[in-house]
Ligand binder design. Structure first.
Ligand SMILES: Cc1ncc(COP(=O)(O)O)c(C=O)c1O
Length: 441
């Protein structure tokens, strides 16, 4: 497959209390994790696209929120609720990224949302209810599965190679990690007295998760989806409808659907809740999604300790807009000895065609209420990303997760014997079956 831009994070000395953002200022290559600035990160980009074999390497500071606590500090004393909130939420600014670039009319509503989020973080009743839902409804914890055939496949002729594990988010209810966040935020919507939920979805997994969570909690649900995506992901559209959601098709793609969803929400602030599916949007949306997805990394740490008695050496996740990657990585951001690798879709080639490599090739801009890396034209208009996004081991990963798995081809030959690699299998590929069958790739 034509995949993908590779981002390797060498984590820093401090816990970043925020979603990671990587700038893309090109500098010279310096291998290893040396010379890392406080809360900085080095990002190595490699293009494995079959149409473009060049490799660009960039040294990148990892921007951070002003609110950071080192891991040693978080370990060495018991944090108060106030400390925990600071570490978890900060102020939504990560260096120059993130923030709350919204019209005045939305500020009060986002402030209310932030207050509610802060309150549920140490509300025992909410936490117990969420834990129960994650266990009995979502199906957590998900297995950390030793992929024996993949491990065998990547062994050298001398029989040496890394050990590959899959974090099986594809086994959650709805078939993707999206449910972890959807159920928690739907619970917050209900707590805030909202009667309806609006969301936008691209591949449809967030739409299905939101529709299911709303059905469970008796909330009305409206999902906005771009025309192209409804065509590509028709099985997910059917599922959303079966779950009782109204699906509104918007001319264009995910960015157009997101704009419509936000517009709809802004017109019904009193009764409606905007449920983001990934780490984008104005504060506190990215921090909330990261918090509710971080269960992936927390389980991974525990399961690694149980299975082989120490942390994983390398974590690999696909990066669409960042929720499954942050979900896996966030727990380990303070662990300098754990390598974090995010894989973006290079589509038909970074230089020659459409792609989804926002971090590798995007430019800084403000979109949907936050500053981040964007694919934009000379006038600052957002370009639609391209990705088809979408045998071995008897699993059928989603095309998004397949990008992370495809990177093993490049990664595994570089690793020492016995290196423990965890790949986030972020979802299952039912939705992509027709695309793969019909694809000429
Ligand atoms: C299974 C799966 N993995 C990954 C993604 C990419 O999103 P994110 O980067 O937010 O995890 C999606 C998006 O819908 C998805 O459905």
């Amino acid at each position: 497959m034509a995949c993908g831009t590779i981002k390797t994070l060498f984590t820093s000395h401090k816990v970043c209390s925020a979603p990671c953002h990587w700038s893309t200022t090109a500098k010279t290559r310096r291998p290893g994790r040396d010379s890392v600035a406080i809360c900085g990160a080095r990002v190595v980009d490699g293009n494995t696209s079959t149409t473009n074999s060049t490799t660009t390497v960039k040294e990148v500071p990892l921007e951070t929120s002003p609110f950071t606590l080192s891991r040693s500090l978080t370990k060495s004393r018991t944090l108060t609720h106030h400390d925990q909130e600071r570490v978890l939420i900060g102020n939504g600014k990560f260096g120059r990224f993130g923030g709350k670039f919204v019209p005045e009319t939305l500020v009060a509503c986002l402030n209310d949302l932030e207050a509610e989020f802060r309150s549920v973080l140490h509300d025992t009743q909410f936490q117990v209810e969420l834990e129960t839902a994650l266990r009995d409804y979502v199906g957590r914890e998900t297995p950390l599965y030793l992929a024996e055939r993949l491990t065998e496949h990547y062994k050298s002729s001398s029989g040496e190679g890394p050990e590959i594990y899959l974090k099986r988010e594809d086994l959650t209810h709805g078939g993707a990690h999206k449910m972890n966040n959807a159920i928690a935020q739907a619970m917050i919507a209900r707590r805030m007295g909202r009667t309806s939920v609006v969301a936008a979805t691209g591949a449809g997994q967030h739409g299905v998760a939101t529709a299911a969570a709303c059905a469970k909690l008796s909330l009305e649900c409206t999902i906005f989806m771009g025309t192209k995506d409804t065509e590509k992901q028709s099985s997910n559209v059917l599922l959303m409808k079966l779950l009782g959601a109204q699906v509104i098709t918007v001319e264009g793609n995910f960015k157009d659907a997101s704009s419509e969803a936000m517009r709809n929400w802004a017109n019904n602030l009193e009764t409606s809740y905007y449920l983001p599916g990934t780490v984008v949007g104005p504060h506190p949306c990215p921090s909330m999604v990261r918090e509710f997805q971080s269960v992936i990394g927390k389980e991974t740490r525990k399961q690694a300790m149980e299975k082989w008695g120490r942390k994983p050496d390398v974590l690999v996740a696909c990066v669409g807009s960042g929720s499954n990657a942050l979900g896996l990585f966030h727990e380990f951001i303070g662990d300098e000895d754990v390598r974090l690798i995010g894989v973006e879709g290079a589509g038909t080639g970074l230089d020659s065609g459409p792609h989804s490599a926002t971090l590798a090739r995007g430019e800084v801009g403000v979109y949907h209420g936050a500053m981040s890396y964007l694919l934009q034209d000379n006038d600052g208009q957002i370009l639609g990303p391209h990705s088809i996004g979408v045998g071995l081991e008897g699993i059928f990963p989603a095309l998004e997760a397949s990008h992370a798995l495809a990177y093993l081809n490049k990664l595994c030959p570089t690793l020492l014997n016995g290196t423990k690699v965890v790949v986030n299998c972020s979802g299952r590929g039912d939705k992509d079956a027709a695309i793969v069958f019909n694809s000429s790739l």
